[in-house]
Design a protein around this ligand. Structure first.
Ligand code: PLP
Length: 364
């Protein structure tokens, strides 16, 4: 039976089949991308095509650089302050903390400057407090937020307003799941492994005029100016991961681009939220309706804090039907349905049908 991974990967079947087909002989070169030097014209073609596709799909303005870096999203938790916290003399930054990923990013930034945590005292991450209650610092070097908190399922459906302070956003788990206005940001980054490829490469989209402000202690591989000046080839890039990203972007383009992904992701997530909302509390999603994620839907079963025996039964049954990786993150428990671009409408329909069935069998 076909297995649907609702967890942490982008298993686009067509992409994997194509990658397999050309694994030993990429585009008539007689070698695999795995064997290819990053200094060859064949690899230049791959990385340039990948960049052009990203520029086209997200309408990236010309005054932005696109970088393909190592180190994952976590690497960017360090790279962002190392490159940008020195933009203004106070060396401080505002971090809007809405879940574990923005909390981790803020903690890392504290090594390099002053960090102002916006609403840090939430006991649980289930909402985005009204922006009128945020106390943003006008002399901050940047305002940082995580656009989609993967573990908690809290997603921004708006871009925060700031006055003359650049915005930095971690889009690791909702990148290219919807269109975005890149011109509103100073910097966007996203690890590839959720929506646009596999682990090993992280996309950084950065406004050109922010380059050249790295702190002295910034490791050279994380220095945006150095990487931009070398077209991401200062050191050996993650060639194969970049190639996989190219295939995924080609797939997204031929399936209608970011706009089409948004329509699909709205439909997929509505299928699941509709059942949660009409289950009389049998399925319980603690996240405020206004910031419920289209990508990651955490929920508990049986009661608000979750009936663990029932949840185990749910996961076992799902696994028998070929739906895997539905277990919630270890820090929150329960169930989490991740509906990244590679998850099809049919996959989401299968999950919603199973949820309906399970509800019927277990509602007492
Ligand atoms: N940011 C977000 C929103 C994430 O979901 C993750 C990982 O899941 C990270 C950052 C960390 O990414 P990495 O594991 O690539 O360092």
């Amino acid at each position: 039976a076909e297995v649907t991974d609702m967890g942490n990967s982008s298993g686009f079947p067509q992409v994997l089949i194509q990658a397999q087909r050309e694994l030993l002989n990429y585009s008539g070169t007689g070698i695999s991308v795995l064997e290819m030097s990053h200094r060859t014209s064949d690899f230049s073609n791959i990385i340039n095509t990948t960049e052009n596709l990203l520029r086209e799909l997200l309408n990236i303005p010309e005054n932005y650089k696109v970088l393909f870096l190592h180190g994952g999203g976590t690497g960017q938790f360090s790279a962002v302050p190392l490159n940008l916290i020195g933009l203004k003399k106070d060396r401080c930054a505002d971090y809007i903390v809405t879940g574990i990923w923005s909390a981790k990013a803020a903690k890392e930034a504290e090594k390099y400057g002053k960090v102002n945590l916006i609403h840090p005292n939430l006991d649980r991450y289930t909402s985005i407090p009204d922006s009128s209650s945020w106390s943003l610092n006008p002399s901050a070097s940047y305002v940082y937020y995580c656009c989609n908190e993967t573990v908690h399922g809290v997603e921004f459906n708006f871009i925060p307003e700031t006055k003359d302070v650049i915005i930095v956003s971690d889009m690791s788990s909702n990148f290219l799941s919807r269109p975005i206005d890149v011109s509103k940001f100073g910097l966007i980054f996203a690890g590839a492994q959720k929506n646009i490829g596999c682990a090993g490469v992280t996309v950084v989209i950065v406004k050109e005029d922010l380059l050249g402000n790295a702190l002295k202690e910034c490791p050279i591989v994380l220095d945006y100016q150095v990487q931009a000046g070398n077209s991401s080839l200062y050191n050996t890039p993650s060639c194969f991961s970049i190639y996989i990203m190219k295939l995924v972007l080609e797939w997204i383009k031929s399936n209608g681009g970011a706009e089409a992904m948004e329509i699909l992701n709205k439909k997929k997530s509505s299928l699941i939220y509709d059942i949660i909302n009409t289950s009389n509390g049998f399925y319980c999603c603690p996240i405020d309706v206004s910031c419920r994620s289209r990508m990651n839907i955490p929920f508990r079963i049986g009661k608000k804090e979750g009936d663990e025996a029932l949840e185990k039964l749910f996961l076992d049954g799902a696994s028998k039907l070929g739906m895997i990786s539905l277990k919630g993150h270890r820090s929150v428990g329960g169930i989490r349905a991740s509906l990244y671009n590679a998850v099809t409408l049919e996959d989401a329909q299968a999950l919603s049908a199973y949820m309906k069935e399970f509800l019927k069998d277990h509602l007492t």
